[in-house]
Ligand binder design. Structure first.
Ligand code: XMP
Length: 515
């Protein structure tokens, strides 16, 4: 594969590290996140065009705080430190970092030196997002201050000869309106990246790499009908044609009618010339899940069973070497495999994999992409809009939207409730506006009254969120009339439900799914 220009983000545990990578990619420069524990030899071998050190929750002068080898700053590769990263750079190179009397947090006006390469085309007085206790009280030799605020003597600094830069605030968040420009200045200006990371080149390059890797081997693709696996399947089909077989497992945890819908699009009567196999494995999953209530165990069971079903299908086809999965970058990072962030949930495609997988190799062609980039790739491959812009649906499906034990009866309830909810959201014209919305089934039964009779039934909860990156989200304000209509229909049409609730929680502290 051609060597592509890469910028590396070294993760010191900051909450915005994924955003840093996204912003860099928005500048058409490919970017990957690595832990600060990554060996310097590995970094040298990757020969990045630039390195960005993220923020983090620690104080760099404390015993045991995350740090890095001083040699990093002597490689001749431009380095930009952000917040903790900026402080650490100073600390390592001989500057001084101290605790401020009070935390500087929120939107702050700063004055910048527009002759600095970081601030080309940035307004001399601009707004930024600050979030720090510590501050740089003395600069290391060779550095000059290029931005300050009323409370922060060094909001940015540079040693332009050594191409070392530090920014005390967070240019990656939207609260710093000119932040992307600053990152652009670093990656395109200081690092000299050409900016040729584009979707058409991604698609072309992936097709080439896949062909090389697969040769005349047989490939099995796990197709769920979601955006990620659909894009992966079509990409693979372009690369290896009928060496590819797509297996769609109906695990009985899909949304209402979804199995038939997926078959209609990708099956023999659909538009894609795929070897499509549908496996109806509903009962197999239900029996594995019987009596299991712990969320992580449910996820692992569903993940493992998935792989076992594929293996069996592969054996039937015979001599299948490769398994394709639609894993995307946030799955990798959120599963704790990419960076320093804590494991929140083991996402189906990655953390849920059993240790032993009976394929020669797993191909994950979208492993480096963020969701919006996957969508761009989908459009590039000619997938229809309605598929490309589908709301996400998790691999473990309704299994993680049924709190507690999964039973066939509960699946029916949540499918029917969710169907009504989606139908009403679409009728109200809100589907393009809300990024993800679904019904879930709580594990709570309560007393109600219906037609003079006592009921003791389940409570359904409705969730709707607005989010850009699915890492943070806020509850959407669905109009009350719409919610009311949904409530009425669910109570009247779905047997086993006598209460409907609306989830107001943002992420954090909640997550989007319930388990
Ligand atoms: P959470 O619940 O972690 O969800 O806030 C963030 C986004 O990821 C989706 N999600 C998953 N997707 N496999 C997936 O493919 C999974 O195991 C999984 N868990 C959550 C979720 O629907 C939301 O869009």
């Amino acid at each position: 594969m051609d060597k592509r220009e890469t910028v590396i983000v070294l993760d010191f545990g900051g909450q915005y590290n994924q955003l840093v990578a996204r912003r860099v990619r928005e500048c058409h420069v490919y970017c990957e996140i690595y832990s600060y524990k990554t060996d310097i030899a590995k970094i040298k071998a990757m020969a990045p065009k630039g390195i960005i050190l993220t923020g983090g929750p620690n104080s760099c002068y404390e015993e045991g705080a995350p740090t890095y080898n001083k040699e990093l700053f002597e490689l001749g590769i431009p380095v930009l430190g952000l917040c903790y990263g900026a402080q650490l750079m100073q600390h390592i190179l001989g500057g001084k970092v101290e605790r401020a009397d009070k935390r500087e947090y929120g939107k702050t006006e700063i004055s910048v030196d527009t002759s600095s390469a970081l601030f080309t085309d940035v307004s001399p007085n601009t707004t930024c997002w600050m979030s720090h206790f510590d501050y740089i009280s003395r600069l290391a030799e060779g550095f000059v201050c290029v931005a300050h605020s009323a409370d922060c003597p060094v909001a940015a600094c540079e040693d332009s000869d050594r191409k070392l830069y530090g920014i005390q605030f967070h240019p990656e968040v939207l609260h710093t309106p000119e932040g992307t420009k600053m990152l652009y200045n670093f990656v395109r200006g200081v690092c000299g990246c050409a900016g040729d990371w584009k979707m058409d080149s991604f698609v072309e390059q992936s097709i080439r790499t896949i062909r090389e890797k697969v040769g005349d081997g047989k490939v099995l693709c796990a197709l769920s009908g979601g955006v990620d696996s659909s894009v992966a399947a079509v990409l693979l089909s372009k690369a290896v044609g009928d060496q590819l077989t797509c297996v769609f497992v109906d695990h009985g945890l899909l949304r209402k009618n979804e199995g038939d819908e997926v078959e209609a699009v990708f099956g023999p009567s659909g538009n894609y010339n795929l070897n499509f196999i549908r496996v109806n494995a509903q009962q197999r999953f239900y029996s594995k899940l019987a009596g299991v209530t712990e969320p992580e165990r449910k996820r692992k069971i569903i993940g493992e069973e998935f792989i076992r079903v594929f293996e069996e299908e592969a054996k039937k086809i015979g001599a299948v070497d490769f398994l394709v999965q639609g894993t995307i970058y946030p799955d990798v990072v959120e599963s704790g495999l990419g960076g320093e962030s804590a494991v929140i949930k083991s996402h189906h495609n990655v953390g849920g994999l059993p240790d032993y997988v009976d394929f020669k190799e797993i191909i994950e062609p979208l492993r480096d992409l963020f969701k919006d980039e996957v969508r761009k790739a989908g459009l590039e491959l000619g997938l229809p809009d309605y598929l490309v812009f589908r709301q996400p649906f998790p691999g473990p499906g309704l299994g993680i939207r049924i709190i507690g034990e999964v039973t066939e009866e509960k699946v029916r309830i949540v499918q029917d409730a969710d169907f009504i909810y989606r139908e009403e959201i679409a009728k109200a014209g809100l589907d393009g506006d809300i990024n993800q919305y679904f019904a879930a089934l709580t594990n709570m039964r309560s007393v109600g009254v219906m037609g003079d009779e006592r009921t003791y039934d389940y409570a359904v909860v409705l969730r709707a969120v607005r989010t850009i990156d699915f890492m943070t989200a806020e509850a959407a304000q669905v109009p009350y009339e719409v919610l009311n209509r949904v409530m009425n229909r669910i109570i009247n049409e779905v047997r086993g439900v006598n209460r409907v609730m609306y989830d107001l929680t943002s992420k954090p502290p909640g997550t989007i799914e319930f388990e």
